[in-house]
Design a protein around this ligand. Structure first.
Ligand SMILES: [Cu+2]
Length: 257
């Protein structure tokens, strides 16, 4: 639970400065992005992720805990909306479950599908035969693949969201239709597609520093100050990353103006 507390703080910071965040859209998106996955739908699923962008190449590592064993977990980069994870109140039909459709106004549509092989586009969003199937209740996913321009920009703008799907509402150890069918694909149980964990991808200031230092002489010095601030406690660090990213973008916007 402690890990998930940091997510709203960063999300709020990002939401509070939409214009500043948007100003980064034209900046290079290369660098590292960190994700702390918090549980949705009382799934008990949590995790951490690191995404390193180099041009259109995304090097992705996700570690997911508390997942339903033996069942595929669809996982995506969602983009183009508010760049936040849905609150429980997003549940549109009062059945107690925030479905993927309920979440779209918050985290957006699929920008990329984190499949284990083959296509990684939005069309593979429900390719359940190409998503991780953990033997136990945890898994690590590692893959480098190409992402499109919109997804690159979403990372740069701070509104790319990692979502892992697949919940077991009735706790019977498998996806079944007791909670209904998926509104996305009626051939799949709702349990297979409902979001289980969610986290916003936050730029790692250290990962972005080389780009800033190369662009501006002054930026490099300030970047080191931000790096020092990141060394303080988990919550403080999350705040520092958000504040640092805003300051960094503001500087960059000023420098480029
Ligand atoms: Cu998704």
């Amino acid at each position: 639970m402690r890990k998930t507390l940091a997510v709203p703080a960063v999300a709020i910071a990002a939401a509070a400065f939409p214009l500043l965040t948007m100003s980064a859209a034209n900046a290079a998106h290369d660098g590292s992005y960190q994700v702390s996955l918090g549980a949705l739908n009382d799934s008990g699923v949590t995790g951490t992720g690191m995404i390193t962008l180099n041009g259109d190449q995304a090097d992705v590592t996700l570690t997911v805990d508390g997942a339903l064993a033996g069942s595929p977990h669809a996982q995506h980069f969602h983009i183009g909306a508010q760049g936040v994870c849905p609150p429980a109140s997003a549940d549109s039909d009062g059945d107690g479950i925030v479905t993927t459709a309920d979440g779209i106004p918050f985290y957006g549509e699929i920008g990329a599908s984190l499949t284990t092989e083959g296509d990684t586009g939005a069309d593979s969003g429900l390719a359940v035969d190409r998503f991780p199937v953990p033997e136990g209740d945890s898994y690590t996913y590692e893959r480098t693949f190409t992402i499109d321009q919109a997804t690159q920009e979403a990372f740069g703008a701070g509104n790319a969201v990692v979502v892992v799907h697949g919940i077991d509402v009735n706790g019977n150890g498998e996806y079944d239709a007791e909670a209904g069918q998926s509104s996305l694909d009626p051939s799949l149980p709702l349990e297979a597609t409902a979001p289980a964990a969610c986290g916003v991808a936050n730029a790692s200031q250290m990962g972005q520093m080389p780009a800033g230092g190369a662009d501006t002489g002054a930026g490099a010095t300030s970047g080191i100050e931000n790096e020092t601030a990141i060394g303080v406690g988990a919550l403080a660090a999350a705040g520092a990353v958000a504040a640092g990213a805003v300051a960094y973008r503001r500087r960059q916007a000023t420098d480029q103006a």
